[in-house]
Design a protein around this ligand. Structure first.
Ligand code: ITT
Length: 198
């Protein structure tokens, strides 16, 4: 019987990526069938990931996975960071346009950016494990590509000449911040549970 982890996200695109990335482990994932009603803070990805995971673990009495992520532009002081989903209301494309607008005056050296993710698994016994991931790259002048979600159409990873939205889901999942955070947290989780120890 695989272990079951409930995924505390309201974002179906994120859930698909998490589910694909976790596919290589002997873990079954389910999207939480409740609204993850947490007020996300501004302090850190980890704080928000913990809030989401604990919310679901406490209500469902099961091991739960929460993830918080964002994109950071060093030339803008790390903006939008933890506020990536919320710095203006509207759709993903509105926020992408707003970011491009703020970067209009910036040349190539200042267009460096990084996706960051923190993943937390809250265990039904009240303990937690945490993993981080990062993907470095640059922001384009305009959106290109149809795949993925969020800022994918404006982000080209280092070493590539295509945006994440021009890549297949598998290509993105091979290199993403989310993959790195998930691998880090799941390996600790399995080790702690006495499965797959090195
Ligand atoms: P949940 O909180 O319900 O998990 P969410 O979409 O609100 O879903 P976050 O609060 O973690 O997720 O916000 C993440 C923000 O960063 C959001 O604006 C995303 O579009 C963006 N983001 C994170 N990872 C991304 C990725 O892989 N590709 C594109 N954008 C991403």
């Amino acid at each position: 019987m695989p272990r079951i982890i409930i995924i505390a996200t309201g974002n179906p695109a994120k859930f698909r990526e998490i589910s694909d990335i976790m596919g290589k482990y002997d873990i079954a994932v389910r999207m939480a069938d409740l609204r993850v009603d947490v007020r996300e803070g501004t302090a850190s990805y980890e704080e928000n990931a913990r809030l989401k995971a604990f919310y679901v673990a406490a209500r469902l009495g099961a091991d739960a996975f929460g993830e918080d992520s964002g994109i950071e532009v060093p030339a803008l002081g790390g903006f939008p960071g933890v506020m990536s989903a919320r710095f203006i209301e509207g759709r993903d494309s509105d926020r992408t346009d707003a970011l491009l607008d703020r970067m209009r005056h910036l040349g190539p050296p200042d267009r460096k950016a990084a996706f960051k993710a923190c993943a937390v698994i809250a265990l039904a016994d009240g303990t937690t494990v945490v993993g981080y991931g990062e993907l470095n790259g640059r922001i384009t002048d305009g959106p290109v590509g149809e795949n993925g979600f969020g800022y994918d159409p404006v982000f080209v990873p280092d070493g590539y000449d295509r945006t994440l939205a021009q890549m297949s889901p598998r290509e993105k999942n091979d290199i993403s911040h989310r993959r790195r955070a998930i691998e880090a947290v799941v390996e600790k989780y399995l080790f702690q549970r006495g499965v797959g120890a090195e």
